[in-house]
Design a binder for this molecule. Structure first.
Ligand SMILES: Nc1ncnc2c1ncn2[C@@H]1O[C@H](COP(=O)(O)OP(=O)(O)OP(=O)(O)O)[C@@H](O)[C@H]1O
Ligand SMILES: [Mg+2]
Length: 236
């Protein structure tokens, strides 16, 4: 199975979500071998993984792969090779305003495409102009892709009424894209959990001597478990 985090707009949480979903308890318990695949030529996850290895962290049955090519055939071959050895692939796709090569690839070859998106007029119009036409075209050519695309409301205020946000998205979205029944709240812990190659649960556990920080960080761990559950529920 292939799950992608896609959004042509930069900085919406794709890489953060890719890392933490791959290491969520939900995913670790359900898949025997998980491949975290970075398609971003910038290689942010690659550096993070190198730190992880240098720190000697246990990655259980998660492996990391970086595909930096901008040739569709090379990307396709790389993904097929990884898919033949793993139950689940999680693709971290770069934010792309031009060419959109990786975005198009991920939309066409994934079983589930998760689109983290903020509730802002700017993000909504960027989505309508950039990503939506691409998905619309794909669904027209391949109707069986309907049901693969999900918005994840991101950077939501942790106090906000999440049902309202989800209803809002479902109202404005065309019928071939649904909103996941969950949100990805904005929390400062997401800005620094990844030091020394950690994922969010490792970071929370590293704070266990400070009860308050630990409880605060565990809210983010819970966010991720709920998100993983919502993503994979669609496959059962
Ligand atoms: N839920 C969140 N709350 C607050 N900050 C977040 C959250 N998720 C991610 N961030 C921070 O926002 C920034 C962008 O996140 P991230 O790199 O995951 O986005 P991205 O979509 O992968 O960006 P790009 O398009 O450049 O690849 C990072 O500094 C990250 O630490
Ligand atoms: Mg990224």
């Amino acid at each position: 199975m292939i799950v992608s985090f896609v959004q042509t707009k930069g900085g919406t949480g794709k890489s953060t979500l890719s890392i933490n979903t791959a290491f969520s308890k939900f995913v670790l318990d359900r898949f025997r071998s998980i491949a975290l695949v970075e398609l971003d030529p910038q290689g942010t996850l690659q550096s993070w993984w190198q730190e992880r290895v240098a720190e000697g962290r246990d990655s259980y049955h998660v492996s990391f792969h970086h595909i930096s090519s901008t040739q569709k055939e090379v990307i396709q071959q790389g993904i097929s090779a990884i898919a033949s050895h793993n139950d689940l692939l999680i693709l971290d796709v770069p934010g792309e305003s031009t060419s959109k090569l990786h975005t198009k690839f991920a939309c066409a070859f994934s079983d589930i495409v998760v689109i983290p998106m903020r509730t802002s007029t700017n993000d909504e119009s960027a989505f309508k102009n950039n990503l939506l036409p691409l998905i619309k075209e794909l669904v027209k050519l391949t109707p069986e892709k309907i049901g693969s695309f999900f918005i994840l409301p991101s950077f939501t205020n942790p106090q906000a009424n999440k049902e309202k946000i989800i209803d809002y998205f479902n109202e404005i979205l065309p019928n071939y894209i649904r909103c996941l029944p969950v949100v990805y709240p904005s929390r400062s812990v997401y800005e620094n959990f990844n030091r020394d190659g950690m994922h969010i649960r490792e970071y929370a556990d590293s704070l266990s001597s400070n009860k308050r920080a630990y409880a605060q960080t565990y809210k983010a761990v819970d966010d991720i478990e709920l998100i993983a559950d919502a993503i994979f529920k669609n496959m059962e």
